[in-house]
Design a protein around this ligand. Structure first.
Ligand code: NAP
Length: 454
């Protein structure tokens, strides 16, 4: 894919970027390798001070960084600023907790003294997506850096200005040369970087296809991967749910970021007694959303990020309708310039339709009807994905029981599925493996070394 900024609001080409040459890539890899000894040998306090400065640089330039996201992938101004704040908070979280998370852990054994000690792996490559162009990078980079690794970023080809801005943020914050390296390369050049002996592990956030291809390359080079891939989160509404709260959260979850979030509620699974009322409430709330210029302060839903993504979404919707799904709202690309897709609602979705079987990455809410609780759970788990999911019921023990049976990396009862630096984040099945955030996230890219002393 060409490395370029194309404004999704009007479809205009803004700027193209040349891909890094082989010589430039080599220089970035060499810089990262050279930086490892000093960076990994630095006290936690030194790394934490730089990470706190990165948080300050993020906050002080919030409006500017946010505008780049809006320009390159169509996120609304409000959501973009919130994303910058979330990045700053994650930097501060790991600045505050990395030392404790990676403290030596004593374990009783037959030794006089035995313990586990955590050491950085070296240089970690992050292959990142466009949908949260700052958050995904900081979620990966903050713990990896605090653990003493150097990092390389290969960002999505449609957000080069965000990638360059992130490089600027680390530089302005005072991170030593080579600790953060940027590669402007396309997906097809990632394999060569993975094979390079100066790269020690890879973190991927993106589609299932990208995850599969990168994990294959990393596997053949025997390098560890963490994969954060697609999702098709279930949103189960039981007959005793607070429908008003469920519909409000469902609408927020489905249409945030123009519907392009891995943990959006993608399959609304409604038990028969409340299905009709829930859909009516949902339709009213979704219908009140304002779609338009993402830079405008009162816009709720912007365009999709790219024309090809919109075309793919429309194909999935059309095929689902051909197989019996019912369009209750929207379900078509919006007229005019830009990559807008109508705020949409698709009802009566069943197995065998793309809207049921595949990830729906855009502003289309999918309604699936279930007989009862067991049927709802069966449908929820009838997915190749297993990222998040939520259950709506006033009976908390019942919600908790179902949450524990959901095949997913996270399960929320009466709440919006979201990431939080304090809690582990990740998936199972085709949603990937490994965890980000929390103590588990920072322990992914370290050597957990056993030390045994007689
Ligand atoms: P994508 O097309 O897979 O791209 C993600 C990154 O992978 C980009 O940097 C892309 O580079 C690169 N890439 C793509 N194919 C590759 C290949 N064969 N080899 C090496 N690199 C490759 O995904 P996206 O469209 O940006 O993001 C949307 C997807 O990400 C959705 O499925 C979403 O659910 C998932 N996602 C998951 C999480 C999570 O935490 N689980 C979070 C956010 C998004 P180019 O741009 O140069 O192609």
């Amino acid at each position: 894919m060409a490395i370029a900024t194309i404004n999704p609001y009007d479809g205009n080409h803004v700027k193209s970027f040349s891909a890094s040459t082989a010589r430039e890539i080599n220089a970035v890899l060499a810089g990262a390798a050279q930086a490892v000894p000093d960076w990994s040998g630095m006290e936690f306090a030194g790394r934490a001070a730089l990470m706190r400065r990165a948080a300050a640089v993020l906050r002080s330039g919030s409006g500017h960084w946010a505008r780049l996201m809006t320009l390159e992938m169509g996120k609304t101004a409000r959501e973009a600023r919130a994303e910058i704040e979330k990045c700053a908070a994650a930097c501060e979280f790991y600045a505050a907790h990395a030392r404790d998370f990676l403290a030596d852990t004593r374990i009783e054994s037959d030794a006089g003294l035995s313990y586990v000690s955590f050491f950085p792996l070296g240089t970690i490559l992050g292959v990142m997506p466009w949908n949260f162009p700052f958050w995904q990078v900081f979620r990966f980079a903050a713990p990896a850096l605090m653990a003493g690794n150097t990092v390389l970023l290969k960002h999505a080809s449609n957000v080069p200005q965000c990638a360059l801005a992130i490089e600027t943020i680390f530089r302005e914050s005072g991170f030593p040369d080579g600790v953060f390296g940027l590669l402007l390369i396309s997906g097809s050049d990632v394999g060569k970087v993975i094979a390079d002996p100066r790269v020690h592990a890879v973190s991927v956030t993106g589609s299932e296809e990208a995850g599969r291809s990168i994990a294959t390359a990393a596997g053949s080079a025997l390098k560890k991967t963490v994969l954060e891939l697609g999702g098709s989160d279930a949103f189960i509404v039981l007959e005793d749910a607070d429908l008003e709260a469920a519909a409000a959260t469902g609408v927020a979850s489905r249409y945030i970021n123009g519907g392009q979030s891995c943990i959006a509620a993608k399959r609304f699974i409604l038990v028969d007694p409340v299905a009709r009322d829930f859909i009516e409430l949902f339709r009213r709330k979704a219908g009140a959303l304002r779609q338009g210029d993402p830079a405008a302060e009162d816009t709720d839903v912007g365009p999709m990020a790219r024309a090809d993504l919109r075309d793919h979404l429309h194909r999935q919707v059309r095929e689902s309708i051909e197989r019996g799904a019912v369009a209750l709202m929207g379900c078509a690309p919006a007229a005019g310039p830009g990559f807008f897709y109508d705020i949409s609602l698709l009802d009566r979705v069943t197995a065998g339709m793309p809207a049921y079987d595949e990830e729906i990455f855009g502003p289309v809410a999918v309604m699936i009807h279930a007989r009862d609780e067991e049927d709802a759970l069966r449908i929820a788990n009838d997915s190749r994905y297993g990222l998040g999911g939520s259950i709506w019921t006033r009976d908390i023990p019942r919600g908790e029981r179902l949450a524990r049976r959901l095949q997913s990396g996270s399960a929320f009862v009466n709440g919006l599925v979201k990431s939080d630096a304090r809690l582990p984040f990740g998936g199972i099945k085709a949603s990937g493996y490994g965890r980000e955030l929390s103590v588990l996230g920072i322990r992914e890219f370290v050597n957990a070394k056993t030390v045994w002393i007689s």
